[in-house]
Write a protein that binds this ligand. Structure first.
Ligand code: MN
Ligand code: MN
Length: 309
């Protein structure tokens, strides 16, 4: 079905068709395992209801997407957020297969009494240690560039958790499913990175107020001395190079950080036309310009829109 030039169609049936989530009874990846391993099933719960798990990823990207003012990158967030829900279903299926013996076998049930006694032996929104899933896992700042950076980091965490899970099973089918899920996280990491780069902001430009010159280049040597194990101060590109240089503390006879007051105006930082609109006092002036850019972009996109369902 195609709806020409319409953001919200008038026909309620069409509107419903476009706004619903719809579940299709087919896993994104076919999961098959050999022998069930309830203890491994408990480990797998980390990616079901854990801090870096699939539900957290699905919710983080979707809610960022709901809030996103740039339609192109909103599409990206909704694509990946929805794919993560499919991953939740795959990891849920894999976990259930491994937990299955818990339903009938006392020894297996001891792998996770919570899942059996309270949950009947199925998956629940808990991590591998039985901690309940919480929205506190989600990083949603409402600033597109900041959210994209959070997502790149989230994908890196999900990748390493999958890699560690792969290292703790010998089951071929489980390894294959986990390899699939792990690979998708790297794909997402690449997409989020490309989306951030496509905003064409300088690498360290965040928000609309520039950081304080001089101070911004100072790396503070806050850990000094020598330990019993030979640990001492090191030089690297993080403290001498890339525009950064090391500053010694006053208590070590150094110059200390440059604390001269500096009050740049909003609009001094380089922004992207698709940056999120600022809040508070910053909604005046430069913030209004940013909001106007968004409105213009949204109007233009709506005018040329072809909505396909
Ligand atoms: Mn995933
Ligand atoms: Mn992902």
């Amino acid at each position: 079905m195609q709806v020409e030039g319409a953001v919200a169609p008038n026909d309620p049936a069409e509107s419903r068709a476009q706004l619903m989530y719809h579940h299709v009874k087919k896993l994104m990846y076919t999961v098959n395992i050999g022998e069930a391993d309830p203890r491994f099933g408990k480990m797998l719960l980390e990616q079901f209801g854990g801090a870096n798990g699939e539900l957290a990823a699905a919710m983080q990207y979707s809610i960022q997407g709901f809030n996103c003012e740039d339609p192109a990158r909103k599409d990206l967030l909704m694509d990946i957020g929805t794919e993560e829900l499919s991953h939740l279903e795959v990891i849920g299926a894999l976990t259930r297969m491994h937990l299955k013996p818990m339903k009938s076998n006392r020894e297996a049930a001891e792998a996770d009494p919570l899942m059996v006694i309270a949950g009947g032996g199925g998956v629940g929104l808990y991590d591998s240690m039985g901690n309940a899933w919480t929205a506190d896992y989600l990083k949603v700042t409402g600033d597109l560039a900041v959210d994209l950076r959070s997502n790149i980091a989230a994908e890196a965490r999900a990748k390493i958790v999958y890699e560690r899970l792969i290292a703790f099973t010998e089951d071929k089918g489980s390894k294959e499913a986990l390899q699939f899920l792990m690979t998708r996280e790297i794909t997402h990491m690449r997409a989020f990175t490309a989306a951030l780069e496509s905003m064409e902001k300088p690498q360290f430009a965040v928000g609309i107020i520039e950081p304080t010159p001089v101070l911004v280049d100072q790396f503070f040597n806050a850990s000094t001395g020598e330990s019993q194990y030979g640990e001492t101060d090191f030089n690297g590109p993080w403290n001498s190079g890339n525009g950064l240089h090391t500053v010694q503390s006053e208590i070590k006879g150094g110059e200390g950080l440059d604390t001269k007051p500096y009050m740049p105006k909003p609009g001094t930082e380089k922004t992207s036309p698709v940056d999120s609109t600022p809040v508070g006092a910053n909604t005046d002036g430069v913030g209004q310009k940013q909001a106007a850019l968004h409105e213009k972009q949204a109007r233009e996109m709506a005018q040329g829109a072809k909505v396909e369902v």
